[in-house]
Ligand binder design. Structure first.
Ligand SMILES: NC(=O)c1ccc[n+]([C@@H]2O[C@H](COP(=O)([O-])OP(=O)(O)OC[C@H]3O[C@@H](n4cnc5c(N)ncnc54)[C@H](OP(=O)(O)O)[C@@H]3O)[C@@H](O)[C@H]2O)c1
Length: 330
């Protein structure tokens, strides 16, 4: 089968499309024939060696998420059979990933993909919707809460605003100016330019003076100080991405203490025991059209490097995908 592997850590030039052996399932595993894989910033951290594969072994197949059809099941698997549509997430750190025609996955990390949900939508939703559910859960979001999503045009952010709205929150999203209309179209209550606006003033203006109960933060190093300024007493910043050291200077730290703020860290890639359950919850949201994940761009498997570059570039909207099967939409 074809797979995109790294033999050393580095920039996109270390990605190689190669012929490798097709996996066979262990007793508790299924083998997914990958139709579509998603590209995540985390894949580039593994590629660069910032977060190396857990077994340390190279060569290594990259890729966290995919949707496709079950090709084979292990002897102990009862919930899946060959031909089932399914999707997976959180692979590629503790084993081979999804930039491949086939991937073996423990059955508790797989969920059925509803017939009405195309493979592209499943791959695009796998990490984004499950991470959104995890972040909102870390923040303890209730209906009626004010939720601020930093990076609302990104893969995770644009899913998080929809899931938060579905849970009955008043949702404010941030983006760069070029993406503000797109974020508004997702049904958020207000959009703020993360680079130029006074965040606290803009949020209070949008909410009629109500501070934020939960921030879903994808760029904590840049934003955490401003986030504290928006928070209600007892509010939570659910930290997903940081990019750099997170620092709270004296007065901001004092403000955070006064508000009894919580910095709640959450890692999708290190919550693998919940992935089957979280994917099943995502499938229910997709089936009800409660969340629609936007596909920003799709690249062939052989162009995984260009896809990763696109994923990290500014100005995109939604999710970058790899068409692994070459069959296009399905
Ligand atoms: N902890 C976890 O489990 C977890 C899970 C998933 C993702 N993450 C992390 O979350 C981050 C985002 O992931 P993603 O997949 O959504 O990435 P993405 O699709 O590349 O989106 C990133 C978005 O962030 C926006 N942005 C850039 N700088 C910003 C800033 N200072 N404030 C607010 N928004 C800003 C970008 O907007 P413009 O294009 O307009 O500049 C872009 O829309 C990454 O660091 C990723 O590693 C963590």
């Amino acid at each position: 089968m074809r797979a995109v592997r790294i033999h050393e850590h580095g920039d996109e030039s270390v990605l190689r499309t190669e012929e490798v052996d097709r996996p066979t399932p262990a007793p508790d595993e299924v083998v997914l024939a990958v139709h579509t894989a998603a590209v995540n910033p985390f894949d580039t951290y593994i590629r660069e060696g910032i977060v190396p594969p857990e077994d340390g072994g190279l060569p290594h197949v990259l890729g966290g998420d995919a949707a496709g059809e079950i090709a084979a099941v292990g002897d102990d698997v009862v919930a899946f059979e060959p031909g089932d549509r399914a999707f997976v997430t959180g692979l590629g750190l503790d084993g081979p990933g999804t930039y491949a025609e086939y991937v073996a996955v423990p059955d508790h990390r797989v969920a059925h993909l509803p017939a009405a949900v195309p493979f592209e939508a499943g791959a695009a939703a796998a990490e984004t919707v499950t991470t959104s559910l995890m972040a909102l859960d870390r923040g303890g979001v209730d209906a009626g809460d004010v939720v601020l999503v930093q990076g609302a045009a990104g893969g995770v952010g644009h899913a998080a605003v929809q899931v938060a709205a579905h849970e009955g929150a008043f949702v404010v999203g941030t983006s760069s100016p070029g993406s503000m209309d797109g974020v508004r179209d997702l049904g958020v209550d207000a959009v703020v330019d993360y680079a130029t606006e006074d965040l606290a003033a803009a949020v209070l203006d949008a909410t009629g003076g109500r501070p934020v109960d939960v921030v879903v933060e994808t760029h904590a190093a840049a934003n955490v100080a401003a986030d504290v300024g928006t928070l209600a007493t007892g509010g939570t910043i659910a930290v997903l991405g940081e990019d750099d050291d997170i620092t709270l200077a004296g007065p901001t730290a004092g403000l955070a203490k006064g508000k009894r703020a919580t910095l709640a860290f959450a890692s999708h890639m290190r919550s693998t025991e919940h992935h089957g359950e979280a994917l099943a919850a995502a499938a229910r949201l997709l089936r009800r059209n409660a969340v629609e994940v936007t596909v920003d761009a799709t690249f062939p498997l052989e162009e995984a490097g260009a896809a990763q570059r696109h994923c990290l570039s500014s100005g995109g909207f939604g999710k970058t995908l790899l068409d692994v099967s070459g069959e296009g939409s399905a």
